[in-house]
Design a protein around this ligand. Structure first.
Ligand SMILES: [Fe+2]
Length: 249
């Protein structure tokens, strides 16, 4: 997906927090809900989005196997203006700003759920007039970070495609490497629930491989639009052609 010819220096690779499936993500549900509650009280997610994000941890979640082989999850929230975020309140909650760019910031937490806030284009939808109907702030997608590069985790990642097919979810694969500003992962599967799916409305991203962090920004691969969206192009690149201005993280 990159098409970039210049090798950039890798500052570091984010170590998979857990090298074995036994140690994969198993955060305390109450801890995650406490973190989500803090974000909700700041008006950055609503109660429904809080419930959706928390449901990732349900044993009956549609893609529970992938969650079990992940290191963390993230909620990507579109906001009107990243500069106007309540940064002091977020840091007072103990959350740590990372990877800040104009119109983009990640807040890491200790609960295994992280938050990305952006006001720049992050999705193919953003360049299609009328495709985005939600008012900011809104949850653009959640991401499942499958950093462990073992064969087992790779199989679970690959199985997302068939699982989506079984369930009637739509799926788009971004073959790697997939970039977001300073970072790169090996590949992503994106899944989109059918309209009548109970309890879930937003796209889910499964990102495979350790996160490589580069010294300089590399452009970004946008989140593909739901292929079932009424305004989705019939054909064409999944990521749109505006990589330099967006950030799909
Ligand atoms: Fe993401």
């Amino acid at each position: 997906m990159s098409g970039r010819g210049t090798a950039l220096p890798v500052l570091h690779r984010e170590r998979p927090g857990y090298a074995t499936p036994e140690a994969a993500m198993n955060p305390a549900r109450t801890t995650v809900d406490d973190v989500l509650g803090g974000i909700e009280r700041l008006g950055l997610i609503d109660a429904r989005e809080r419930t959706e994000i928390l449901s990732l941890l349900d044993s009956g979640f549609a893609f529970a196997s992938a969650i079990q082989h992940s290191d963390s999850v993230h909620a990507h929230v579109k906001v009107e203006d990243v500069d106007a975020l309540p940064h002091q309140e977020l840091t007072a909650l103990g959350h740590r700003p990372e990877n800040a760019e104009p119109g983009y910031i990640k807040y890491a937490t200790d609960a295994g759920v992280h938050f990305i806030f952006s006001s720049i284009p992050v999705a193919q939808d953003d360049s299609i007039p009328g495709a985005v109907t939600l008012a900011t702030p809104f949850l653009d997608h959640v991401g499942v970070d499958m950093r462990d590069e073992s064969d087992t985790t790779r199989r679970v990642y690959d199985a997302v495609v068939d699982r989506a097919g079984e369930l009637g979810w739509r799926e788009v694969t971004q073959a790697g490497p997939v970039h977001c500003c300073h970072t790169q992962v090996q590949g992503k599967h994106w899944v989109y629930p059918p309209d009548d799916w109970p309890g879930w409305r937003r796209p889910i991203e499964f990102a495979f491989g350790g996160l490589s962090v580069f010294e300089e920004t590399m452009g970004c691969d946008l989140r593909p639009i739901d292929p079932g969206h009424a305004l989705a192009p019939a054909r064409g690149p999944a990521c749109g052609g505006e990589r330099p201005t967006g950030c799909g993280g």
